[in-house]
Design a protein around this ligand. Structure first.
Ligand code: SF4
Length: 433
């Protein structure tokens, strides 16, 4: 099914809040929404109209496709030099619950994942105070050699900055980060996950994760990765000490960076722009390019880019911010819809089922999300209800959730290429078939 098959753009969308009418008109025309309009989307009592608008954009970009992948997570160590107050994952060395996997243990987990048919290994951990930089390049190259079919999506931006510091590469932070990313890429790194972005706001940063990198550094790491041809994702952790305006600023900063990344390619493709410098992938007709944003290196696209925005609700349990209530289900639904509407140049919106729950993620497929993430095993970062969350779901459950939501489930690899599977055997389907 091409996205166009499923697109029947209505001439109007029913909204009960008059404040939404001009926004609905802009969405129907495929024009970019401003931060002020984003604030209206957060303020309106008609949250379901916001979801319908997001669903319209989602259908233009992806029809009723719902992506998932078969993946495994390896959190190689929870020992961390920092102590972010919202984080229930980290431990100090020797503290109860602290663990470190050595390279052989990580390799064995990778081989097991490959044998089980995973296409991706997602590798992240704490900022280990003593391990040398070479440990990380060795870890990647060992995985690559032992499990060559796995795409290695590894290290959040704060880990990359940590690696730059311990490697002592480049006096200038940016060049050092690029050098480190180059070494990691040469050792097998395939892309960057989107973690650790939190919310790009200095006040929230100083209150809840002081010591961790600020938003400008996070964006720099991803810019450097994109310049080296690596794709990446972006998260937004919300529902803690930030407010709705900060979330919108966060989305805007991502959107601007993506504009700059895609500008040359968009120019060459003749992509219509609502205003100077804006690259809007979703449009009102079949000619928009959202579903065929090429891989880096194809169609004149020289850089990597943000593939996916992943809004993550904050879970207060077992964190230093336990007294906070965390976001409600409707706030989660609204935020995923607003992410789809505001981030008009990021192709995919992920409802990360492990944090949203599979039931909510299923509802989000009608509110702008087109991706459920994957089967995931051993996800330790979030501790729901204070308990360890060694969680996993099956392909059957993911597909059933998508089908029940009226979607066509599609297995993808990390770079959103279609995967055809026979048990643990899989192959990438060529894009023209
Ligand atoms: S959020 Fe990351 S950097 Fe902060 S304490 Fe947790 S593991 Fe460490």
């Amino acid at each position: 099914m091409s996205p166009a098959d499923a697109v029947a753009t209505p001439r109007s969308l029913r909204v009960t809040d008059p404040a939404l009418e001009p926004i609905a008109a802009k969405v129907l025309e495929g024009r970019r929404l401003s931060l002020e309009e984003g604030a209206v989307l957060y303020a309106t009592p008609d949250v379901h109209a916001v979801c319908r608008l997001a669903d319209l954009v989602r259908r233009r970009m992806h029809g009723r496709l719902a992506y998932y992948n078969v993946n495994r997570h390896v959190n190689y160590s929870n020992v961390c030099a920092l102590s972010c107050s919202f984080c229930a994952f980290h431990r100090k060395r020797g503290q109860d619950g602290a663990y470190e996997m050595n390279v052989e243990e990580v390799r064995d987990a990778a081989v097991e994942a490959q044998n089980a048919g995973a296409t991706e290994l997602h590798v992240v951990g704490g900022l280990h105070p003593w391990l040398p930089f070479e440990h990380y390049t060795t870890m990647l190259s060992t995985i690559r050699d032992a499990a060559p079919r796995l795409h290695l999506k590894a290290f959040t931006a704060v880990e990359i900055v940590h690696l730059q510091r311990i490697s002592k590469r480049g006096k200038d932070g940016y060049e050092g980060i690029k050098a480190v990313l180059r070494d990691l890429r040469d050792a097998g790194l395939g892309s960057l996950p989107g973690g650790g972005a939190e919310v790009f706001d200095d006040r929230a940063h100083d209150e809840a994760w002081k010591g961790k990198i600020r938003g400008d550094q996070w964006l720099d790491v991803h810019r450097a990765a994109h310049e080296l041809g690596l794709n990446s994702n972006a998260t937004m952790l919300y529902g803690h000490v930030e407010g709705r305006p900060e979330r919108l600023v966060h989305m805007d900063l991502l959107r601007r960076q993506q504009d700059r990344t895609l500008a040359t390619w968009a120019e060459a493709q003749g992509i219509a722009r609502a205003a100077e410098g804006e690259v809007v992938l979703g449009g009102p007709d079949e000619s928009y390019p959202g579903h065929r944003l090429p891989m880096p290196g194809q169609d004149g696209l020289k850089t990597g880019y943000f593939q996916t925005i992943i809004p993550l609700p904050f879970f207060p349990d077992a964190s230093g911010l336990e007294a906070l209530p965390g976001p409600t289900g409707l706030e989660n639904l609204r935020t995923i819809a607003i992410a789809r509407l505001m981030l008009d140049n990021i192709p995919h919106v992920k409802a990360f089922w492990i944090m949203q729950t599979l039931g909510m993620a299923q509802l989000m497929l009608d509110a702008g999300a087109d991706d459920l993430d994957g089967t995931v095993v051993w996800y330790d970062i979030t501790h729901l209800g204070g308990a360890s969350t060694h969680q996993e779901t099956t392909v059957t459950d993911l597909r059933r959730a998508a089908i029940e939501a009226g979607c066509e489930p599609v297995e993808r690899d990390t770079l959103y290429r279609r995967v055809e599977r026979d048990g643990a055997d899989w192959r990438i389907v060529p894009s023209d078939s």
